[in-house]
Design a protein around this ligand. Structure first.
Ligand SMILES: Cc1cc2nc3c(=O)[nH]c(=O)nc-3n(C[C@H](O)[C@H](O)[C@H](O)COP(=O)(O)OP(=O)(O)OC[C@H]3O[C@@H](n4cnc5c(N)ncnc54)[C@H](O)[C@@H]3O)c2cc1C
Length: 457
């Protein structure tokens, strides 16, 4: 391929990179998008999409097992992992094809191969020099492990776990954060015995404490075991299984060990340090406008310290493209990015937790209402329990919404609009929520905080 000169060079075709490319081309810029593997990145190929497909299969297994209670006669014979894989891969293939078509239709020049930043305006891909007026770094992240814990065989990260061709009888999951609980939920629904090991004092430690407590109760009820506040010491494996030893000597045995201890930035061998891009432990440092210390070089997505979520990457990419086009977009602040933990039950949250809100605004200035889903008709029909907790500043806006229960991820859209638009419960109270929906539970919480609870005290 001969050398390429464009307005914008994007290095990495995941959520952050491809959204920057799409928006920039929409705004009239010529764009080259460099990708060494497959556009769509982690989210499409080994993250968000495949895991949600597994969770849907898991939900169907649970529904089949419980069907008799709802008057449907059926028997769960087992999980056909090959069929699950075909279903999962079919979704990925279709979305991958769609994305490739969209990038082509927008006139984005695709460059296949590993790119290395060689100057503030150039990326080298094999023999091809790609030059841009601006460069966006979007090389994403990889699954981390712990010192001395080698990935291979029965010890795996989410990437290998996704393509496991059998349902393990006993699973050990190291890490009780989003990815760990997501896989735990799937495996339990498919019939595995699951033990989670979490070093912090609670599962899903990034969520509001009361939500974590309810989540632990729900997992316990499902028969998922967990050990919190304990540290991993070592793991050994042989032909028949894995043994994990915890600090203090306790051991846990399983067929496989999933290591879900977080994700690190994929910035090795990308030339960033050579060109002088300021970094911290592999992450690329930026200002709030996602500019690195090198003029004209931006960074988006998982390589920028903060939440590692696909929709944050999308928003970063859109932001940079619009900023370059002089549209002065609104800065994306991490605290108001919606988060969903996909499992049974789900957790969905946005904004400040109760404790943080009280620290930030003073205890006397915060009001909290925790609406129990037991009062919500649709949740009762679905036989889910949980709650919707809304945190507001007294005489001020809603600053946090924290939800737990089946399907609450679908409610985060309204919650994030309210928090981001700084709406007061009194503004929301006159607006209707359709009956019977789980969405009504949000409405009930806002009514209560506006001083006029309907189906609650
Ligand atoms: C199991 C799992 C489940 C997840 N579920 C969710 C979810 O439900 N919701 C959610 O919001 N997020 C989820 N995530 C997180 C989400 O996938 C990431 O936040 C998102 O993919 C980050 O986008 P990115 O563009 O920064 O990086 P990536 O998606 O990692 O993309 C980076 C791309 O850059 C390419 N690349 C890297 N270096 C080079 C180079 N030198 N030259 C050329 N190309 C290069 C890579 O091949 C890759 O395609 C999940 C992640 C995992 C692992």
């Amino acid at each position: 391929m001969s050398d390429i000169a464009v307005d914008l060079v994007v290095l990495g075709g995941g959520s952050g990179g491809y959204s920057a490319a799409l928006r920039a081309s929409q705004l009239g810029m010529s764009v080259a998008l460099i990708e060494k593997d497959k556009v769509g990145g982690t989210c499409l190929h080994v993250g968000c999409i495949p895991t949600k497909a597994l969770l849907h299969s898991a939900e169907i297994a649970d529904n089949t097992r419980d069907a008799a209670r709802f008057g449907v006669t059926t028997t769960l014979h087992g999980i056909d992992v090959a069929a699950v894989s075909a279903y999962r891969q079919g979704i990925i293939d279709s979305k991958y094809k769609g994305l490739q078509g969209l990038l082509k239709a927008r006139g984005i020049q695709m460059v296949d191969g590993h790119g290395t930043l060689t100057s503030p305006t150039t990326v080298q891909v094999g023999d091809t020099t790609v030059t841009g007026k601006n460069v966006v770094l979007a090389t994403g992240s990889y699954a981390k492990t712990l010192p001395g814990l080698d990935i291979g065989g029965r010890i795996m990260t989410s990437e290998q776990a996704l393509t496991l061709d059998y349902v393990p009888k006993k699973v050990i999951v190291l890490g009780g954060g989003v990815i760990g609980v997501e896989f735990s939920s799937v495996w339990r629904s498919w019939g595995s015995e699951v033990t989670i090991i979490e070093g912090l004092p609670r599962l899903v430690p990034a969520e509001d404490e009361s939500v974590s407590k309810q989540f632990e109760r729900a997992f316990r009820k499902r028969g998922i075991e967990f050990k919190t506040g304990v540290r991993f010491q070592s793991a050994t494996q042989n032909d028949s299984g894995v043994v994990v030893t915890l600090e203090g000597g306790e051991t846990v045995e399983g067929d496989v060990l999933l290591v879900a201890v977080g994700r690190g930035p994929s910035t090795n061998n990308c030339g960033f340090d050579t060109v002088g891009v300021e970094m911290d432990r592999g992450y690329v440092l930026t200002n709030e406008r996602l500019q690195t210390n090198i003029p004209g070089v931006y960074a988006v997505g998982d390589i920028v310290p903060g939440l590692q979520l696909a929709h944050r990457g999308y928003q970063h990419g859109i932001f940079v493209a619009e900023d370059l086009a002089g549209l002065n977009p609104i800065v994306v602040s991490d605290i108001n990015i919606p988060k969903v933990t996909y499992s049974e039950p789900e957790i969905a949250s946005v904004g400040l937790g109760e404790t943080v809100a009280k620290e930030q605004y003073g205890e006397a200035n915060i009001a909290v209402y925790d609406y129990n889903l037991a009062g919500n008709g649709k949740s009762h029909i679905l036989e889910t329990s949980g709650s919707i907790k809304v945190v507001r500043v007294i005489d001020g806006p809603v600053v946090g919404v924290h939800m737990i229960g089946a399907r609450v991820g679908e409610l985060i859209g309204e919650a994030q609009l309210i928090v981001n638009w700084e709406a007061h419960p009194e503004d929301i109270a006159p607006h209707l929520h359709a009956h019977p929906t789980q969405n009504e539970a949000l409405g009930e919480a806002f009514l209560a905080l506006a001083g006029k609870p309907l189906h609650a005290m």
